[in-house]
Design a protein around this ligand. Structure first.
Ligand SMILES: [Zn+2]
Length: 407
């Protein structure tokens, strides 16, 4: 069994931390921002130093390839270098740095692979500068329309198209990830949840990405004066909304112990402390791997009363996605690599979306490897995974790709 190098991986994490450092322990590295371009330059420099062939596609996704001994499609490892505002040093970037470390191990140990080995960076995964999230894997896999992606603008009114042009990383459409030149895809990522840590497991063997539904529930009441309107005659949309949220928790909570559901966004209007709210809109996000459970969630939402406390209630589906199952041969290769190394592991589903799911759905055999998130934190400065565990993840990825390379 081959192993990656702890000091080298630590040095990579420490170096890339500087690109977008907020001075508070975290980073803000929005897609194609100066900080992200510095991270890309550093990546390119390191890839070239190993003699990797570097390409970018029309969406500035980057591909650095070590040659194989045979003319075969390449095995790809990748993730993203962009972050949310005040994000941490592991989400996305760890997948790129461990992939780079795997490539460096293959290069320095002179490990012979039949297939070329590609390390890639996806542009704009977080969607925190240009919406939507997972934009460029979405375009490459035909999920999103390219023209719409190009027209997406950031908070300053800069379009994704002009940010691409200015980045210096825009290449050719023919360089996109495709099923002819590439054989399969691996993505290492932090878990972004507490399960691995709680169960004292070092590696998450990711079987797929949870299906989900996302609704907006709107409650329409009547605005009146807070001091002069008797309680009995009120049509208070916020009161009705709070009853609905409790109702949803009670009903959804009975469906399945593995179902997760969230109301994370709520808007009350006019949102003035002396005025009874006339309109409240809140979100409902529910996720589960079994589509039958998701169907029951939909039944619960459709079963909400059309009127409550004098207010009209409606639920609109914003979007949904089916559970994506990763390639079983790849999942098994990850499990075998973890087992052979003597690491503790468990099979797990991802509750968060990742570029890997689009790749898996339509393009290539794909899977993911999770490493634990301390206290389950992510998308914040507290995001942390000890380098020893990051290294174990890298070792699993290395040995899983070497296993796939033999076939
Ligand atoms: Zn990520």
């Amino acid at each position: 069994m081959y192993t990656c190098n702890l000091e080298r991986l630590q040095e990579k994490i420490d170096t890339f931390k500087k690109f977008g450092d907020t001075g508070t322990g975290g980073i803000t590295r929005l897609s194609l921002s100066p900080a992200a371009l510095m991270a890309r330059d550093e990546f390119a420099k390191r890839a070239k130093a190993m003699g990797m062939r570097l390409k970018t596609d029309d969406l500035a996704n980057m591909y650095a390839t070590l040659p194989g001994s045979e003319e075969l499609p390449a095995i790809v490892m990748g993730s993203h270098v962009d972050s949310v505002v005040n994000g941490g040093n592991y989400d996305g970037i760890l997948g790129v740095l461990t992939a780079l470390e795997v490539a460096e191990t293959i290069y320095t140990e002179k490990i012979k692979t039949r297939r070329p080995i590609t390390v890639m960076i996806w542009t704009n995964e977080e969607g925190s500068r240009f919406e939507p999230a997972m934009m460029c894997s979405g375009v490459v896999t035909g999920k999103f329309d390219k023209a719409r992606a190009l027209a997406s603008t950031d908070a300053k009114g800069v379009s994704f198209a002009s940010a691409l042009d200015a980045s210096g990383f825009k290449g050719d459409e023919k360089n996109r990830l495709n099923a002819k030149d590439y054989a399969g895809y691996f993505e290492l990522h932090i878990e972004q949840g507490p399960v691995l840590e709680m169960e004292k497991k070092e590696i998450g063997v990711v079987e797929g990405v949870l299906g989900m539904v996302n609704y907006t529930i709107s409650v329409k009441g009547v605005s009146d004066h807070a001091g002069t309107t008797p309680q009995k005659t009120r049509k208070d949309a916020l009161y009705a909304a709070s009853q609905l949220i409790v109702m949803l928790w009670e009903r959804l909570g009975k469906l399945d112990p593995e179902l997760v559901f969230t109301t994370g966004k709520i808007n009350a209007s006019p949102n003035i402390h002396t005025v009874i709210p006339k309109l409240v809109e809140f979100s409902l996000d529910a996720r589960h791997r079994d589509p039958k459970v998701i169907d029951r969630v939909v039944d619960v939402i459709k079963g909400l009363p059309a009127e409550l406390s004098g207010c009209a209630v409606r639920a609109d589906l914003n979007w949904s996605r089916n559970t994506v199952l990763f390639n079983s041969e790849y999942v098994d290769a990850v499990e075998k690599a973890a087992r052979d190394a003597g690491y503790s592991w468990r099979r797990i589903y991802s509750g968060a979306g990742h570029d890997a799911q689009y790749v898996a759905e339509v393009l290539l055999p794909a899977t993911m490897i999770f490493v634990p998130s301390v206290d389950g934190h992510s998308h914040c400065v507290e995001e942390f995974t000890p380098t020893e565990l990051c290294l174990k993840g890298a070792n699993v990825m290395l040995n899983a790709i070497l296993e796939i390379d033999k076939r």
